[in-house]
Design a protein around this ligand. Structure first.
Ligand SMILES: [Zn+2]
Ligand SMILES: [Zn+2]
Length: 821
């Protein structure tokens, strides 16, 4: 079946000037024209549309809203989610509901609107080339807010007194700038300065802009103060300049985002689908991951990566800068590695002085830091990988599906350790913070604390319960422990699954497939390849990948070859060290070899893990794709790219996949003989095979861990036959792209196999591994073909950026029975 024919449902939430401008009748006519059923209503959040019909009609509906909207309407934010159909029979305009309290309404920042852009480039206009032009339809919001309500005295524009002309606009109800809180002009508003590397002011105003442009043309790195923080910029066509930026930022290979002057210039470099185009040009203006169609830009922007993170100018300053330069620039966050973003001028001078040759700054203070948001289109839907500028902060309603719509409790969830975000709960709504970053430095921890303080103040929440990760050593866990209030610990992978269920409004029960790098398990081992059955009461660990040792622990995260060695050791034991061919491809030095040997044999500093992320790493290293990860998830990305699949299923053209030679089934004795982790004898081995690699799902008697307490048996997914077949494919020099593709297909089939065993129709895919487009698309396709209802992430990130939402939900699940009357 063509995916376009599937009956689906889309929920669209629109912010902006969409009320009182004939918007609902417009939506009614458009929906009826496209044979859609459902409803439209005004709510406290804006206009909410719930429409149902064939998927291709829903896509057309989405695009046509923006293209054909009434002349007086202006869209400042559009978020959408595809959901399971409800079975509507008509389309109706529903009565307005008060909905969300105003206090829950903190506006995200909006990219420059068309009218402001036009004015800036009119020579006669009083805002000609003014980099801080804005109006009620566009401009900074959350990034400049110090308090609610959103009025000028509660923003960092407070210190700028409006001139007569600006005040006239501000007070005129007919004017586009009526009550535009950041309203400003060259006479009265913020001004640019250009500082040298030492922080000395060189020049101001338009000259400052031109100095920055010159510096970029000369191959220099310039720190530019943007909406929610500093970017480090360099000419994206200058390989040497990019190399210098990488060196200074100590960022060896992690992809750098590219800011293009306009949409046409993006199209010259990348393939852009209609959904990707929509995202690029949206008021949220995120970074969109696009497939490169040629090598017109230097490879060191994203070494070995067929994708490019592209974004379009989001402020007048960025429009001016890129137009003057006439070419794309690197725009990477102004920070060292994964620390939080730099926002203050003094701080930038201190923290970035070794990285930048000059600073383009201004005197409008950034109050709340905001990284650029990141979006990837998967299966024709947006998947937000990072929620920052344009999206944050944002709220997600807990729907009636969960059965506890109004838990009378205010909750703070402090999130995980890496890619931290925090979340708050009050009155049936979850508020999710902007991306904070890895809590690995004092600066990041301070930003984390400030973000909690700001959001609790903005949303007027006094938490009565704090929720944290089950891991005892996270900075976020320690913060929670220091609070004088009741606490709940939530298992990491459970939180992932719940976040995806909130995102897709999937009610329990559902099978959660939670695959990522690592998370602290209830049995105090490292989990990461989990199958969790989520019910109204909580979860049970139905299954997981067969575990293996990671020699060197944390170090294995940076060296996929260590995961490969651990995997091989699990299969072959000591003998692995005699396989010269296998060992030499992992390139150990003799001393390393001895140390690793000792770790594995004595089981010292070699924690066991069921991590799917590490399984990806291991296979990536075995295929010779790289022994070292220069950034998180690189091994898995290499494996995804090695498939050579860059299009969605209905467009995909893959070559014939040869069926690998079948290894005979390994007997139960052999498995027992090689897997010391299998403490209890398994009861039955259920083979799953098709034209992919072979895998087996074993039914094991559970240990006594609390996770498995409710279950006598747990399924263990054994990857050994697959790895053996991969090794034999390698030995006979099968194409790496074919092996990588078959590996992905096999993992998709593993999910189907587990889903069939567990027997829940709803299957939810979460965790960092499902940022992998090939894996997600294959798994969803395979699940659908087998009759399941798969859900994956859309608005809430599948990576750790979504964990805080799941933490909230886990706490509510536990507390709801106590607070409901
Ligand atoms: Zn505007
Ligand atoms: Zn003015």
């Amino acid at each position: 079946m063509e995916t376009g024919d599937i009956i689906s449902r889309i929920r669209i939430t629109l912010r902006g000037k969409v009320q009182g401008v004939g918007f609902r009748p417009f939506i009614y006519n458009l929906a009826t024209d496209l044979n859609l059923t459902g409803w439209v209503a005004n709510t406290g959040q804006g206009v909410v549309i719930d429409a149902e019909g064939p998927l291709s009609n829903l896509d057309a509906f989405l695009y046509r809203i923006e293209e054909e909207k009434p002349p007086l309407a202006h869209i400042q934010g559009l978020e959408h989610t595809y959901l399971q159909p409800e079975g509507y029979t008509i389309f109706e305009i529903r009565e307005s509901s008060e909905g969300t309290a105003k206090s829950f309404w903190v506006l995200p920042d909006v990219a420059t609107c068309g009218d402001c852009l036009e004015e800036m480039f009119e020579p006669q206009n009083r805002r000609h080339r003014y980099p801080f032009t804005n109006c009620t339809r566009c401009g900074p919001r959350f990034s400049i807010m110090t308090a609610l309500p959103y009025d000028r005295p509660n923003t960092s524009m407070d210190r700028f007194e409006m001139c007569g002309a600006c005040l006239g606009e501000y007070e005129d109800p007919q004017n586009r700038r009526f009550h535009a809180q950041p309203n400003a002009c060259p006479q009265c508003g913020p001004k640019l300065s250009y500082l040298d590397a030492g922080g000395t002011k060189q020049t101001g105003g338009d000259d400052a802009l031109m100095r920055a442009v010159e510096a970029l043309r000369d191959g220099c790195t310039v720190a530019v103060k943007g909406v929610g923080g500093f970017h480090l910029m360099a000419d994206a066509t200058n390989e040497e300049a990019i190399g210098q930026l990488r060196k200074r930022k100590q960022r060896e290979e992690k992809p750098l985002a590219v800011l293009f002057p306009d949409f046409e210039s993006v199209q010259q470099v990348c393939d852009v689908s209609s959904m990707e185009r929509r995202a690029l040009l949206s008021p949220e203006a995120p970074i969109v991951l696009l497939h490169r169609k040629n090598n017109s830009l230097p490879d060191n922007i994203a070494p070995g990566n067929p994708y490019l993170g592209a974004l379009l100018p989001m402020t007048p300053l960025h429009h001016l800068l890129t137009r003057e330069l006439g070419r794309p620039v690197i725009a990477t966050s102004g920070n060292l590695s994964e620390e939080t973003l730099c926002t203050q001028n003094d701080e930038a001078l201190q923290r970035l002085d070794t990285m930048a040759d000059g600073f383009l700054v201004h005197d409008r203070e950034i109050v709340n830091h905001l990284d650029d948001s990141i979006v990837r289109v998967v299966l024709g839907r947006e998947m937000v990988l990072r929620r920052g500028r344009g999206f944050a902060p944002s709220t997600f309603p807990i729907t009636r599906h969960w059965g506890f719509g109004s838990v009378d409790l205010q909750v703070l969830a402090v999130g995980p350790h890496m890619k931290n975000t925090v979340a708050l709960y009050k009155d049936g709504e979850i508020a999710l913070s902007q991306h904070i970053g890895d809590l690995v430095s004092p600066h990041s921890v301070t930003t984390f604390q400030n973000t909690i303080n700001t959001l609790t103040r903005f949303y007027e929440i006094q938490p009565e319960l704090v929720v944290h990760d089950f891991h005892p050593d996270y900075a976020s866990t320690r913060y929670a422990e220091d609070r004088d209030m009741p606490r709940d610990a939530v298992q990491h992978h459970f939180a992932h699954v719940l976040a995806c269920m909130v995102d897709n409004e999937v009610p329990p029960p559902a099978l959660g497939v939670s695959w990522d790098g690592s998370g602290y398990g209830l049995d105090r081992t490292v989990w990461g390849g989990e199958f969790l059955l989520v019910t109204e009461e909580g979860f049970s660990r139905e299954g997981h990948f067969r575990s293996f040792m990671l020699p060197g622990g944390e170090q294995a995260v940076r060296e996929p070859r260590r995961a490969a060695l651990g995997l091989l050791y699990e299969m072959l034991g000591k003998q692995v060290f005699e396989h010269n061919d296998l060992m030499s491809s992992l390139r150990w030095s003799p001393p390393e070899h001895d140390v690793l040997c000792g770790m594995l044999d004595k089981q010292i500093n070699a924690p066991r893990t069921s991590s799917a992320g590490r399984l990806f790493d291991a296979v990536s290293a075995l295929l010779g794709l790289g022994n070292h990860n220069r950034y998180e998830g690189q091994g898995a990305m290499r494996l995804e790219f090695a498939t050579g699949i860059f299009l969605s299923p209905k467009e995909t053209k893959t070559g014939p996949v040869r069926s690998p030679a079948r290894e005979p089934w390994i007997s139960e004795e052999e498995i027992l003989g090689t897997s010391r982790n299998l403490a209890a004898p398994f009861l039955s081995g259920i083979p799953w095979s098709d034209e992919r690699y072979t895998f087996r799902i074993l039914e094991m008697e559970s240990g006594k861990s609390p996770a498995e307490a409710v279950h006598r048996y747990t399924y263990v997914v054994d990857w050994q036959p697959m790895i053996e077949e991969i090794l034999s494919d390698l030995a006979r020099r099968r194409e790496v792209s074919e092996i990588a593709t078959t590996f992905h297909h096999t993992l998709a089939d593993i999910v189907v196999g587990m889903a069939q065993l567990v027997g829940e129709p709803r299957v939810v895919l979460s965790g960092g591994c499902f940022q992998n487009r090939v894996l997600t698309e294959m798994t969803v396709t395979a699940l659908r073909e087998a009759g399941f209802q798969p859900s994956w992430h859309q608005r809430i990130p599948p990576n750790d950026g979504g964990v805080a939402v799941g933490q909230i939900l886990a706490a509510l699940q536990k507390e709801a029975p106590k607070t409901m009357v």
